[in-house]
Design a protein around this ligand. Structure first.
Ligand code: NA7
Length: 534
């Protein structure tokens, strides 16, 4: 029986760097199991029209190797899905990693053998592998949320979910298209689909605040400057709570006079992008300050959208700005000025069922050739819980996480020895520029495994007491913010019926979190339990 030192599940940003770290730095025998036909993870599956990262390309890159960074040239301020997929293929080939990756390998079961201290990993095709360590690199947004709408089978048209978009792009030209969902994805796909459709109907449950991306092509000079500023950008990102390359504002919106405040919002709006959130220091902790941002965005939307009724629907917010993941867009609001685009409020006119030629709401029937679900994901826990994961005494993860995920630092779960989670629940993950959170986790995990090897340790496990303590830290961190006021947000499990409503990521900031993790390593992981190799 062949036993790997480590099996990594997933070949996206996290799986690839974890493979490189364990294989090339520690010299371990590693296998990567990837459900897709290629590398990319999120950026393999989300290939819908308009799919693009909201983080700027020069920051949405690996920083573990300056050489690698300098060898790649991004073409636009924000990278498109095809370009990110290409980048991850480039990294895979540069580091010669393809031979360790098995594609079309969907993991169904992870069973810990307590006698032999190894994990048995089963695939959908019934193949099985064994490994001392398993590292989950499955991503935070990988389990699609497809709403159950009655009579799906009656509908004669095409149905797609943005998170599982077909590799062969469907032809949408001249069709009557419906889109459900106006989160970050809907806001990206809607302007692109509108250009192709004969008629586009957007079914909106909750409007979202969106800020212009202000995308542009990068020049050779931009690339040279990015390379020169590599160290400086890296330092900025390490100090930023979200891992982004800019400084936090130290100005409170409330304490800034209205004229100056508007001037700063205008500047941030023109600059575009996620840094709008950092225009002032108190937007996520003070409602009065937050209202100044919300009202500014509302006024902007109303100045763009001509039809008053549509503008009212697009600004009928039910949560403070930033309490849900704030999207950025290219011509989202402008799209509603097209004659062939209609916005339907499904909060007071809910979708009832599919019909053979479209969809029926409580008030009307809409003819459609294509229905696109941009309805998001069972985030952070969905993919893990969709596998059968059994730890000590055959304890099932599904049962242990019934009331919400329990982890220590988002990295390890009590009773699941030698199973590490990259950007797992309880870590900053989705609240950050993901490659920064991923690099921090991969480096921590690799260092921990290296420590175990030098000490001749066989297993690492966290105690329930330490995990409960970390759970309290995660809850304390979010209590200081507005995140809990967005009841339907996926950060809180609010988008999935019957999912426990607990705030999942750690909201205390990646910079603070990194220090906490470093302290654990410095203390030689003293709050973890190790067993020795026999
Ligand atoms: P999101 O942000 O979860 O958005 C999903 C959208 O779909 C949102 O507008 C939801 O409305 C809507 N939705 C979800 N379920 C339903 C049902 N059953 N009926 C009607 N409308 C529904 O997912 P995204 O893919 O846009 O973004 C996910 C992340 O990917 C994003 O934050 C970035 O990090 C990248 P709701 O607001 O719940 O009323």
């Amino acid at each position: 029986m062949q036993i790997f030192d480590a099996i990594i599940i997933g070949a996206g940003f996290s799986g690839l760097y974890q493979l490189h770290s364990l294989r090339d730095k520690l010299g371990l025998k590693v296998k990567v199991l990837e459900a897709g036909e290629g590398v990319g993870g999120t950026w393999y599956w989300n290939r819908y029209p308009g799919a693009r990262c909201d983080t700027e390309s020069k920051a949405y890159s690996y920083y573990f190797s300056k050489e690698l960074y300098e060898e790649w040239n991004w073409s636009e301020r924000y990278p498109t899905q095809p370009e990110i997929e290409k980048y991850l293929n480039f990294v895979t080939d540069q580091l010669n990693m393809r031979k360790e990756i098995q594609f079309n390998a969907q993991v169904t079961d992870l069973i810990f053998d307590e006698n032999r201290h190894i994990w048995r990993v089963l695939l959908k095709n019934k193949e099985q592998y064994f490994a001392k360590f398993v590292i989950s690199a499955v991503g935070c947004l990988s389990f699609a949320n497809v709403p159950t709408i009655p009579n799906r089978d009656l509908f004669r048209g095409e149905v797609y979910h943005t998170g599982n978009w077909p590799k062969k792009n469907p032809n949408l030209k001249g069709k009557k298209i419906g889109v459900i969902g106006t989160g970050s994805t809907g806001i990206q796909v809607i302007p692109e689909v509108a250009k192709l459709a004969k008629k586009l109907i957007v079914f909106q449950r909750t409007p979202n605040y969106s800020v212009p991306a202000n995308n542009y092509k990068l020049t050779e000079a931009d690339q040279i400057r990015a390379n020169e500023e590599f160290d400086k950008s890296k330092q900025l990102m390490l100090q930023h709570r979200g891992g982004h390359p800019w400084k936090h504002s130290n100005k409170a919106a409330k304490k800034t006079n209205p004229v100056e405040r508007t001037k700063l919002y205008e500047k941030a709006w023109d600059n575009g992008g996620l840094s709008f959130r950092d225009t002032f220091s108190d937007l996520s902790v003070d409602l009065e300050s937050n209202n100044t941002a919300s009202n500014f965005i509302k006024d902007k939307i109303k100045s763009i959208v001509h039809d008053h009724h549509t503008a009212d629907l697009l600004t009928d917010f039910d949560h403070p700005f930033g309490s849900k993941r704030p999207p950025i867009d290219t011509n989202y609001y402008e799209t509603f000025n097209r004659k062939d685009v209609e916005l339907i409020n499904i909060r007071n006119n809910p979708i009832e069922s599919f019909v053979s030629n479209g969809i029926k709401t409580s008030k009307q029937h809409y003819e459609l050739d294509v229905m696109i679900f941009a309805t998001g994901f069972d985030a952070l826990t969905g993919t893990l819980l969709n596998m059968n994961i059994e730890g000590n005494n055959n304890i099932k993860l599904k049962n242990v996480w019934k009331s919400g995920p329990i982890t220590n630092l988002g990295l390890l779960i009590p009773n699941f020895p030698n199973l590490f989670l990259i950007t797992g629940p309880g870590s900053p993950a989705v609240l950050t520029n993901m490659p920064r959170a991923i690099e921090q986790h991969v480096e921590w995990i690799s260092e921990c495994i290296h420590f175990m090897i030098t000490k001749n340790y066989q297993t690492i496990e966290t105690t329930s007491k330490a995990a409960d303590k970390w759970g309290n830290t995660v809850q304390d961190a979010v209590n200081d913010t507005f995140f809990l006021s967005a009841k339907h947000s996926w950060y809180l499990g609010g988008n999935i019926p019957n999912k426990p409503k607990v705030f999942i990521p750690y909201a205390g900031g990646l910079n603070k979190y990194r220090k906490l993790c470093d302290m654990v390593a410095l203390a030689k992981y003293d709050e973890f339990i190790f067993t020795e190799e026999k």
